[in-house]
Design a protein around this ligand. Structure first.
Ligand code: SF4
Length: 274
C-alpha cells in the first residue's frame, strides 16, 4: 500500500506564530488565550499541560493578568476592554487576518457598504465584521449574494480560509450590484496551497485521510473538496483509523488542516504503513 502526503499540509504560518507567541508567554503564570488558541483539541490539551489555559471572556482574567489573542483575531472592543483594565495583551492575530480586518475597517471608513464573504459563525469572520462596523453583511452562498440590494459603493473582503473558487463565484453575483466596487481578495495562500495540493492528490488515490479538528473550518473544507474526487475519512487522530477502510485500497493520500500539529500527521502516516 502506498501512502502519499499532500505537498502542503498541516500548520500554516499564522498558527505556528500564534503557538510560538503563546509558548513564549508560558512562564507568565497569569497568561491565558481568549478562546482556544487553535481549532485542534489535541494541541489545546498539550498547551494546557504546558500551563497555557484559555478563558471565554476577559472577565475571567485576573487584574494584572495577560491575555493572548489567537490567530483568528478579535474586534476592537476587546482591545479597548483590555486597555481599560490594564491587562497585558499579546496579539497573536495572524497578519493575514489583521489585513482582512483593516481592509474591512478602511472600506467602511471610506463609505463603502462592506460585504464579507465567509462563514457567519466563524470567529475570524466575527472579528472582521466587528472591524467593519454595524452595517456590514456576511454571506456565504451565491443565493445570499443575489438577495442583497444594490449599493452606491460596495467593498468586498473574504474570510482568509474561504475557498478561492467559491469566493470568485459569489463575488461575480455581487459585481452587478454597484458601479463603485472594491474587491480585496483577503484569502491567504496557505489555504489555497493546501486546497489545491489536497485536490490534486485526491484525484490520484483510492482514499484520502483528512486530519484535523472536527471543529476546524479549514479542515472540514479540505474534506469536502477531497470528497468530490475520492473516498474521504475526516479524523482527528490515528486512534480513529478503522481496519475496514483499508480493504482493497492501494493508494492512500493524507492531508491536514492548517491547525493540525505535525506529531498527529506523523502518527497517522506511520499507522497507515503498519
Ligand atoms: S490559514 Fe492563513 S490566515 Fe489563517 S492563520 Fe493560517 S496563515 Fe493565517
Amino acid at each position: 500500500m502506498e501512502v502519499i502526503l499532500a505537498e502542503y499540509l498541516g500548520f500554516c504560518y499564522g498558527v505556528k506564530r500564534a503557538i510560538r507567541l503563546a509558548r513564549d508567554s508560558a512562564a507568565d503564570q497569569n497568561a491565558s488565550t481568549l478562546g482556544p488558541i487553535i481549532h485542534n483539541p489535541q494541541m489545546v490539551a498539550r498547551l494546557e499541560e504546558e500551563g497555557i489555559g484559555s478563558v471565554d471572556t476577559l472577565d475571567e482574567v485576573p487584574d494584572g493578568g495577560t491575555i493572548i489573542i489567537r490567530s483568528h483575531g478579535v474586534g476592537p472592543a476587546v482591545y479597548e476592554a483590555a486597555e481599560a483594565r490594564s491587562l497585558k495583551l499579546i496579539d497573536a492575530t495572524c497578519p493575514h487576518v489583521k489585513k482582512a480586518q483593516m481592509a474591512a475597517n478602511q472600506l467602511a471608513e471610506e463609505g463603502f457598504a462592506v460585504v464579507i464573504i465567509g462563514e457567519k459563525k466563524h470567529p475570524e469572520v466575527k472579528s472582521i465584521l466587528e472591524w467593519a462596523g454595524g452595517d456590514a453583511a456576511v454571506i456565504e452562498t451565491e443565493e445570499e449574494a443575489e438577495a442583497l440590494p444594490n449599493y452606491a459603493r460596495l467593498g468586498i473582503v473574504a474570510q482568509t480560509t474561504f475557498s478561492g473558487k467559491r469566493f470568485q463565484a459569489i463575488a461575480a453575483k455581487l459585481i452587478p450590484k454597484s458601479n463603485d466596487i472594491r474587491i480585496i481578495r483577503t484569502i491567504c495562500t496557505a489555504t489555497d496551497q493546501r486546497q489545491s495540493a489536497a485536490l490534486s492528490l485526491a484525484a490520484d488515490v483510492d482514499m484520502m485521510l483528512v486530519i484535523g479538528g472536527k471543529n476546524s473550518a479549514n479542515t472540514t473544507r479540505l474534506a469536502q473538496l477531497c470528497a468530490e474526487k475520492t473516498v474521504v475519512h475526516h479524523i482527528e487522530t490515528a486512534s480513529e483509523l478503522q481496519d475496514e477502510w483499508f480493504h482493497d485500497i492501494k493508494k492512500i493520500g493524507i492531508t491536514a488542516g492548517a491547525s493540525t500539529p505535525d506529531w498527529i500527521i506523523r502518527e497517522v502516516y506511520q499507522k497507515c504503513q503498519m
